[in-house]
Design a protein around this ligand. Structure first.
Ligand code: NAP
Length: 308
């Protein structure tokens, strides 16, 4: 029986691990399918305090992992399917054939990239459709590519892709970017980035090998369509919280974000805590996720001492 299982290894999960490990609770972390979380798929992080020169997202996550392991946190490569609460108040955490047992659980599963919902979308992932410029950008040198979205992620991806691509179409459904001012200005000042306003990608067009060759753009103001040749589409239209495996144990808002008790990381189930992007649709920053990871660890520690 573990004292605490932390599900997810992003900023929230690693911070919870550092705190619970230093509190001698010997935490077990379950990695999920994206070890390191969202920052492991980004480039430079300029706003995480303590790194005035910026730090690459994957480097930051490796440092957090090392810090958690230094204090004794353990990691298991598991993807959780469901959690059950037993009559004695403990939890069974089920991941495939394995069942882990714990007195407390911290959910830090973050959020996954949203897609447009076009019919052939899933089959195109890896064939010219992706949500990770850091992972796939270098494959598309000297060819035109497209980024969909108008937030910080879309801008960051578009700017990063200009290192490789000949041209980056930034397709946004409105005529103003949602991104922070500094990112928006940097993006629009880049000569390789071509904004396509008030538009959406309405179809992906493939070649005879099934690889992306173009997109159909639809202007949302007049309905006009056009075909634009691109070798890859980077979708950056936000995220969906990874909370689907928790049905019944937590309350969620209409978008699936876990509802915490006001000012706390506690959920409606005693001993079950939620931290980071899986419960935060408002701030969604690395540092706020880390802060919630700390809070969840402190709450789990207090819960364990009260229920010893
Ligand atoms: P976001 O801020 O929610 O932006 C999503 C963008 O996608 C919006 O422009 C939205 O359009 C568009 N969109 C949503 N659904 C769409 C659909 N079905 N079809 C077409 N477009 C759609 O998401 P994000 O950019 O991933 O950022 C998430 C959070 O992380 C934000 O708080 C952001 O500040 C933060 N972040 C920070 C940094 C950084 O500071 N370095 C980097 C990346 C992300 P509308 O604008 O019309 O809603």
């Amino acid at each position: 029986m573990e004292n605490v299982i932390i599900i997810g290894t992003g900023c929230a999960g690693y911070t919870a691990a550092i705190y619970t490990a230093r509190a001698q609770l010997n935490p077990l972390m379950l990695t999920g399918t994206q070890p390191g979380g969202q920052l492991s798929t980004t480039t430079e992080v300029e706003n995480f305090p303590g790194h005035p020169e910026g730090i690459m997202g994957p480097d930051l996550m490796m440092k957090m992992q090392a810090q958690a392991e230094k204090f004794g946190a353990r990691m298991a490569w598991s993807n959780v399917d469901s959690i059950q609460r037993r009559d004695d108040g403990s939890f069974a955490v089920i991941a495939g054939e394995e069942t882990f047992e714990a007195k407390t659980v911290i959910i830090a599963t973050g959020a996954a990239p949203r897609h447009l919902g076009l019919p052939d979308e899933k089959s195109l992932i890896g064939h010219g459709l992706t949500s990770c410029a850091t992972c796939d950008g270098a494959f598309y040198r000297n060819v035109p590519v497209c980024v969909i979205g108008g937030g910080d992620s879309a801008c960051e991806e578009a700017v990063f892709l200009t290192r490789f691509a000949s041209k980056v179409y930034l397709v946004h459904r409105r005529d103003t970017l949602r991104a922070s001012k500094i990112m928006a200005e940097r993006t629009l000042a880049n000569p390789k980035i071509v904004p396509v306003w008030n538009s959406t990608v309405s179809a992906y067009l493939t070649d005879e090998k099934g690889e992306m060759r173009a997109v159909t753009l639809t202007n949302l103001l007049d309905g006009a369509t056009s075909e634009v040749a691109v070798s890859c589409v980077f979708v950056a239209i936000g995220h969906v919280p990874n909370s689907g495996f928790l049905d019944g144990l937590v309350d969620k808002d209409e978008n699936g974000y876990i509802l915490q008790q006001p000012g706390r990381t506690a959920t409606k189930t005693p001993g079950l805590f939620a931290a980071g992007d899986v419960a935060d649709h408002f701030y969604r920053q690395a540092i706020t996720a880390a802060g919630q990871g700390c809070a969840a660890a402190l709450e789990a520690e207090r819960y364990l001492s009260e229920h010893a």
